[in-house]
Design a protein around this ligand. Structure first.
Ligand code: C2E
Ligand code: CA
Ligand code: CA
Length: 803
């Protein structure tokens, strides 16, 4: 809605510096010369006037003022054309020059007539000169204005005209009509010149309010002089259709035109402060305009003589002009205000990137839907591997993908479906229908989106997963949960009447979308690029997940999750070199929960930070007790990517090591390679800090993720753990053998140790030795065991091998 700094008309700022440049050197001398000439010209009518020859003062005055105005106009025009060649320059400066030219030409024409005899009023020359009035007013419309970009010129013009008209009324009542016998065409025409003067003067004053440093004083002074000259003319005019301007008017005109020309060339906008300051000052300018307008009208009401004759007619005429002006101004501002509000409201409910509805719009719609009995479904669509696109191809490519997805959704979901972007790469569609219809639509959307993605990012392997669920109104969900069913069959209760229940979705405002979200999660877990309907299985999975999260919270608080140690051995000697710490949880209600499952839930809910903290202290204490560190062995701990991105992780490790008096080089932190793709990831600096403490870093599960290897250059890695999927196919797949062989050689040349995971048989171990792997881990050497049992292994371990 608002112009940003970058949107401001080109040359807007530079105008000032260029003004400086133009003001130097030859230009300065030309200015001095011009002003000297103008003073000389001004002296002529003054001389004639003061020496009692008013007719000569008038006729030479006409010619000289015309000449000065024309020359001034030509100077501005020449300057404008020159400057335009190297920068953009506002048109209002040229328009003023145009107005000046007409005025000067009119004066010259009248001057030539005057030498032939008497001049009627208004003469042809006066009509030519009058052309300057509309052109001058037009110029105001192009004065720079920075804030709300809607019709800025018209608003400046209306502000200026309102002030100008009110000022004219004031002058009319207080100054002019005192000397006026009658109100005739001559007065009317000159009155219009006065109106133009006043309006220009107002425009300059308002410009100064908007932008104090814009160097408007020469122009202001010039217009003020011009106004006084016009007033002199009007005061001296006695009606009767003839004209003889007083010498003072001619003298003033000679002086003010060069001054105005200087003002036009000198003017520069140099707004101080940010966008907000600009907006504020423009608001002030409009307020000042209103204030001055009413002050003038008040002055006119109080200050004039009796309201009759010429005064009355002129005042009525001007007031008739002012009223529609004020109305127009008000209408304009109301229109703007309404547009702004409508725009803001639309913005609040729209996603700015795709133009779709946003999360808020969707929740609002769901809230508004009555219980009309119409079945509705919600589809939640999430891109698989979108983060990868952002990381690999950049955010611009990511944005383009999102827009393409939005287009694909729009093309496939006719109204009354509502499409919203509810998260980074997550979209939702709300439409009438049952689950079957939803599943059909989901399949269509998945295909359409896949096609769109394949076009834009071929080969990146990005797809879409869709979850389909019935729309569950929040109040109904609360009731359902209270009943412990998690379904919609339960009675409706007041929203908010339910006690908070454990569960990630409870924090989610989109309570109406739980089914869909749960189905989406199931789709993701079952291998992505799929459509999943919220069925009994998903419902049970969701129930279990909610239950699991609840129990996990308790387990972390009660510190009932423990760790086991799995031995890691030297492949050539078979000697124990250390242990990997693996989390184990047997819950009273859930039974044994595999770490893969609860770590995933912990990561999704943020519990992983507290869990990680607990596991680290638990395992360090247990391993110390088992004599692992005393025997010079190492301990490897797994770190979740989320932990690495939370500040304080490094300090936490350091404190724990201090507390247990463990040497940092006996600890190894394992991280999966999946997190290491993004440049500038906060995890990267955490890893560097960990390494700086002397703690080892291991890349876990190598061969399951990107295997981009580039990170090995960037990160201080000491250990590469080859995933058990590679280990188990070493025997059967020669290609895998070649890959592992190559990776091991490369790692060794970089000083990185290679650990083979999941070795279950002696043959596999043999194979691992043959590719030059250093260490091995797997059931062959020992399953993960309680630390008490691990202690036995430690005590039996023959030598102390570091690393
Ligand atoms: P991981 O880090 O790759 O851990 C190795 C997994 O392979 C362990 O599974 C281990 O029991 C299993 N394993 C070891 N040798 C063999 C073998 O010879 N054959 C087979 N089939 N499996 C073997 P576990 O303990 O179920 O852990 C699974 C994953 O859970 C771990 O994979 C790790 O990513 C995560 N995890 C476990 N404990 C923690 C923890 O304390 N913190 C974090 N952040 N993640 C953990
Ligand atoms: Ca591991
Ligand atoms: Ca692993």
């Amino acid at each position: 809605m608002y112009m940003t700094m970058g949107d401001r008309p080109k040359g807007y700022r530079r105008a000032g510096s260029a003004g400086h440049r133009d003001g130097g050197g030859p230009f300065r001398w030309l200015t001095y010369l011009g002003f000297s000439g103008a003073v000389a010209a001004a002296a002529v009518p003054a001389w004639y006037g003061l020496s009692g020859r008013p007719w000569l003062a008038y006729s030479t005055g006409l010619l000289l003022t015309g000449l000065v105005a024309v020359i001034s106009a030509l100077v501005i025009g020449g300057w404008w054309i020159t400057v335009r060649r190297y920068r953009k320059i506002e048109i209002f400066r040229l328009l003023i020059a145009g107005a000046m030219l007409f005025w000067g030409a009119g004066q010259l024409a009248s001057g030539f007539d005057a030498f032939d005899g008497a001049v009627g009023y208004p003469s042809t020359g006066d009509l030519i000169a009058f052309m300057s009035v509309p052109i001058g007013l037009l110029a105001i419309g192009w004065l720079p204005r920075n804030s709300v970009p809607t019709m800025p010129g018209l608003r400046v013009l209306l502000d200026s005209l309102a002030v100008g008209a009110a000022l004219t009324i004031l002058l009319w009542r207080v100054v002019l009509t005192r000397s006026m016998v009658d109100f005739d065409a001559a007065h009317l025409l000159t009155g219009l010149f006065v109106l133009a003067d006043c309006t220009l003067f107002a425009a300059i004053l308002l410009t100064a309010v908007r932008d104090l440093r814009s160097r408007v004083w020469p122009a202001a002074l010039g217009i003020l002089g011009h106004l006084i000259a016009d007033l002199c003319v009007i005061v001296s005019a006695q009606g009767g259709g003839s004209r003889q301007d007083p010498w003072l008017a001619a003298t003033l005109w000679c002086l003010v035109w060069p001054l105005i020309a200087l003002g036009i060339i000198w003017f520069r906008s140099s707004p101080v402060g940010g966008e907000e300051a600009l907006d504020r000052r423009e608001g002030s300018a409009t307020q000042v305009a209103t204030l001055v307008t009413f002050a003038c009208l008040l002055g006119a009401g109080l200050g004039g003589g009796p309201f009759s004759g010429a005064d009355a007619r002129g005042s009525v005429l001007l007031t008739v002009l002012l009223v529609p002006l004020l109305y127009l101004r008000e209408a304009m501002n109301t229109h703007l205000r309404l547009r702004l509000i409508t725009g803001l409201r639309a913005q609040a409910f729209r996603d700015s990137l795709t133009g779709l509805s946003n999360r808020r719009a969707l929740t609002t719609r769901i809230d508004e839907l009555g219980r009309d009995g119409i079945p509705r479904v919600v589809l939640t669509l999430d891109l698989d591997g979108f983060k990868q696109v952002n990381d690999l191809l950049g955010h611009h490519a990511g944005d383009a993908l999102l827009i393409a997805v939005a287009d694909a959704l729009l093309a496939n979901c006719p109204p009354p479906a509502m499409i919203a972007r509810v998260g980074g790469d997550e979209f939702a569609v709300l439409c009438p229908g049952d689950l079957d219809r939803g599943s059909e639509l989901g399949e269509r959307l998945r295909t359409a989106v896949a096609q769109a993605l394949a076009l834009l990012a071929p080969g990146v392997g990005i797809s879409a997963s869709v979850g389909v669920g019935r729309l569950v109104r929040p109040d109904v969900v609360e009731a359902g949960r209270l009943m412990g069913t998690g379904t919609t069959s339960a009675a409706v209760v007041r929203p908010g009447a339910a006690a908070p229940l454990p569960g990630a979705e409870h924090r989610d405002q989109l309570t109406g979308l739980v089914e869909s979200a749960a189905a989406l999660r199931a789709a993701k877990e079952s291998g992505r690029d799929a459509v999943q309907v919220y069925d009994g299985q998903v419902a049970r999975a969701r129930e279990r997940r909610l239950h699991l999260e609840h129990r996990l919270r308790l387990a972390i608080t009660n510190r009932t999750i423990i760790t086991f140690g799995q031995p890691i051995v030297d492949l050539s000697t078979g000697h124990l070199t250390g242990f990997e710490s693996l989390a184990r949880w047997t819950d009273d209600e859930l039974g044994h929960v595999p770490p893969d499952e609860f770590i995933a839930v912990a990561e999704q809910t943020g519990l992983v930070v507290a869990l990680g903290e607990h596991l680290l202290s638990e395992t360090l204490a247990a391993a110390t007790k088992a004599g692992v560190f005393a025997a010079g062995l190492t301990l490897s701990v797994n770190a979740s990517p989320i932990q690495l991105r939370i500040p304080g992780y490094v300090e936490q490790i350091r404190d724990q090591l201090d507390q247990h008096r463990i040497s940092p080089d006996q600890l190894i932190v394992e991280i999966t390679e999946a997190i290491l793709v993004a440049e500038g990831d906060p995890a990267v600096s955490t890893l560097a800090a960990i390494n700086a403490l002397g703690i080892g870093l291991a890349i876990d599960d190598f061969g399951t993720g990107y295997s981009a290897l580039g990170y090995l250059r960037r990160l201080p890695v000491q250990v590469l753990k080859i995933d058990k999927s590679l280990t188990s196919s070493l025997l059967s797949e020669p290609k895998t053998l070649a890959i592992v062989d190559g990776v091991a050689q490369m790692a060794h040349r970089m000083g990185i140790r290679v650990v083979m995971e999941g070795i279950e048989e002696e043959l596999e171990a043999e194979c691992c030795r043959s590719v030059g792997a250093d260490r091995g881990q797997g059931y062959l050497f020992g399953r993960p065991t309680p630390w008490a049992k691990a202690a036995e292994l430690v005590s039996r371990s023959p030598t102390i091998v570091r690393g």
